[in-house]
Design a protein around this ligand. Structure first.
Ligand code: ADP
Ligand code: MG
Length: 679
């Protein structure tokens, strides 16, 4: 039985080597190959030769005006020439070394030529010829596939053709008829054919619309199926005492914002239900997620369960531990800090206390999910700055203990597009309000030769009692170089400011005690200027810091810059963000301008999405955002939203699985169900 799941080696001419090469393009099965769609097509839209530039690629359509003339020179070299009437102009067309085209060129017939315009000679150097056949049906438009150094364009073309011919009869339509009719979509077989071998632009458009819809719909169907399953996964009903939670809230030194109150309610409602919570808490940097987490932790522990809080860096874990210890002073919350750098003895002791339940709040880095940690009764697992964790790590925390409720927190504002793709299977709570009294951070972009002015500014600010972060240039994939950079910058600043102020250094290679010392010195005002690598990017909270100075700012992505900027403006004093950069690309310039023009995390994220494409915004590997083959989460947002609603509706339709027509879809889902959308 032929099936689209057959390995590509089923195709003639595909051996182990070719299969390996195809795998580098993620093509493993015949189905993968058939849905490996062209990136673009040589199109038929004719070029206006009057405005065409010399050497420009052109498409010209016209009538053959002269008998094609074949001249040979030397061994295997030849030229085919003819005149073409294009509008009212006659141009010369030359094809080199394609003598066989002669038979297809017939006087007075219409043809289309792809090639290069040679303005001086008013001639086209042809590369490809399209003729109309007698029946009037055109040849296909040229599909151009994305390839890499292992696989050739012509190889893909040939294999797709072969695959289509051999397997076309087993291409089942997955989309239900009602949906296909509603949106006037094609049958799957026709769609695949038109995508690879389009005959005219209109058909291609419909094919693409079908492919995008199908891709989004199937994806959303899987996501919604996971969500349904999740919602029905039994979990702990965390029955805390509401009045005790309320009186704990009274001890907080500030009034919760309306948004904080709302999300606390959403979370607490989930905690009480006997199902596993799977919720994403989203709020811009500084919106106050920590206290929300603290309340959820309090409720959990109040009900007799343990809670765990996982942070992406040791610095952040330590900071949480300190902060929460203060918040929970005098309550039954007994917390422990578990990081990778604990000595084996301490680690053992802590692990034992966690297992016995003597410690009911465990804070840590991914050491939390190590196998050696067993919980007595984990009721709630919180993941802070969750985009920093791989999906596997998130999953592992979920599987710890007995289906703990999971709350993932992120400061990365997620545009709607991403919210319904990467997090489509989670419930989402949003803190969309900042604590009262915050002043927007003023952001300035300075060229490197203006950095003396920046230093003057910093000097002034320091004189007024400000504290300053200085972030050193980022060097991708080299922590050693990062550290070197930060150290050099630190020395420069120490020289410049050292006589009047304390300058500190913070980087990832320092050990815990050193880090903690520096952090607390900075927080307590013993250090005024803190030079650091991006280890301070996430979460670090010092409301007295009012200047963030970032060197080579154009090396950072927008999301990261926004995070860094979020380290200041956390108190009621006016704060500043200084970007020092000489961007070398338009993108870099655009990023600097975006930062200067808005403080709104959602706007920054949206711009980031547009500049980089969805897959890169949160880091492809970590975000779980699939790499859509045709669909573009920005350009095709409407289709994505429609597909999501349709998928939801279908899953809610009683007995939809029993409808004959839906069998291919059911089969498709069952096969994928074991795998999540993450792999
Ligand atoms: P993030 O959402 O970035 O994790 P934090 O939880 O660190 O933000 O909160 C940022 C700062 O705002 C902290 O110093 C915190 O104590 C303070 N904060 C949080 N909520 C409020 C509030 N409702 N009113 C005033 N200050 C608040
Ligand atoms: Mg935080």
């Amino acid at each position: 039985m032929k099936s689209l799941n057959d390995p590509v080696t089923q195709l003639t001419g595909v051996g182990v080597k070719t299969a390996e090469h195809l795998a580098s393009l993620n093509i493993k099965t015949v189905g993968d190959l058939l849905t490996y769609y062209p990136a673009r097509y040589d199109d038929f839209a004719p070029t206006d030769l009057r405005t065409a530039k010399d050497k420009q690629k052109v498409t010209v359509s016209g009538t053959v005006m002269s008998e094609p003339l074949l001249s040979r020179f030397g061994y295997r070299r030849n030229r085919l020439s003819f005149r073409l009437l294009v509008g009212h102009d006659v141009v010369l067309v030359n094809f080199f070394n394609q003598p066989y085209l002669k038979d297809r060129l017939i006087l007075n017939q219409d043809v289309t030529v792809f090639g290069k315009w040679e303005a001086n000679r008013q001639q086209v150097l042809g590369s490809k010829l399209i003729t109309k056949t007698v029946a009037g049906s055109q040849e296909e438009m040229g599909a151009i596939y994305p390839v890499n150094k292992h696989v050739r364009q012509s190889t893909i073309r040939k294999l797709v053709k072969q695959a289509y011919h051999k397997y076309q009869d087993v291409i089942a339509t997955l989309l239900p008829l009602a949906l296909r009719q509603r949106y006037q979509l094609m049958e799957r077989r026709q769609m695949i054919k038109e995508m690879h071998f389009p005959k005219d632009p209109a058909q291609l458009k419909t094919a693409r619309r079908t492919a995008v819809y199908e891709e989004f719909f199937l994806f959303q169907l899987r996501l919604q199926a996971i969500k349904l399953t999740n919602e029905q996964t039994p979990g702990n009903a965390i029955l805390y005492h509401n009045d005790e939670l309320k009186s704990f809230i009274q001890t907080i030194p500030f009034e919760l914002t309306g948004a904080q109150k709302r999300v606390v309610n959403e979370i607490c409602r989930d905690l009480r239900r006997p199902y596993q919570m799977n919720r994403l808490l989203q709020g811009d940097v500084g919106s106050g997620k920590t206290i929300v987490a603290a309340l959820a932790i309090y409720a959990t522990i109040n009900a007799g369960y343990q809670a765990a809080l996982m942070a992406p860096t040791e610095i952040l874990a330590m900071q949480h531990a300190n902060k929460l210890a203060k918040i929970f002073a005098g309550t039954p919350v007994k917390s422990g800090l578990l990081t990778g750098s604990l000595k084996p003895k301490e680690h053992q002791r802590l692990a034992a206390a966690i297992k016995k339940g003597e410690i009911n709040l465990v804070i840590g880095t991914h050491a939390l999910i190590q196998d050696s940690i067993d919980y007595a009764n984990l009721g709630l697992a919180i993941i802070d700055e969750q985009h920093r964790f791989g999906v596997k790590q998130r999953q592992a925390l979920r599987e710890k203990g007995n289906h703990p409720d999971v709350l993932a927190m992120t400061a990365t504002p997620i545009p709607r597009t991403l919210a319904i793709t990467s997090y489509g299977e989670m419930d989402i709570s949003i803190i969309d309000e900042m604590p009262a009294g915050r002043k927007p951070v003023e952001t300035r972009w300075l060229r490197e030769n203006q950095s003396p002015a920046a230093l003057d500014f910093v000097d002034q600010q320091l004189e007024n009692g400000a504290q300053v972060y200085v972030v050193s240039p980022l060097i991708e994939q080299s922590e050693t170089l990062d550290v070197q950079n930060a150290t050099e910058l630190y020395e420069r600043f120490a020289k410049y400011f050292g006589s009047k102020y304390q300058v500190g250094l913070l980087h990832g290679r320092m050990d815990n005690e050193e880090k903690e010392q520096v952090m607390s010195d900075f927080k307590e005002g013993q250090i005024q200027v803190l030079v650091a690598t991006t280890v301070i990017e996430v979460g670090v909270d010092n409301p007295n810091a009012t200047v963030m100075m970032i060197y080579n700012a154009d090396q950072f992505g927008l999301a990261q810059l926004h995070q860094l900027r979020g380290r200041v403006g956390r108190g009621d004093r006016q704060s500043y963000c200084l970007l020092i950069a000489d961007p070398k690309t338009d993108d870099g310039v655009e990023r600097m301008n975006t930062m200067v023009s808005t403080n709104d995390g959602f706007k920054v994220a949206q711009r980031d999405l547009e500049l980089r494409g969805s897959g890169n915004v949160l880091g492809k590997k970590q975000s779980g955002i699939p790499d859509f083959k045709v669909g573009d989460t920005v350009g095709d947002l409407k289709i994505l939203q429609i597909a999501r609603n349709d998928a939801e509706d279908l899953l809610k339709t009683p007995r939809w699985e029993e409808v004959d027509e839906n069998q291919p879809l059911v089969l498709y889902l069952t096969r994928r169900k074991l795998k999540t959308h993450f792999d």
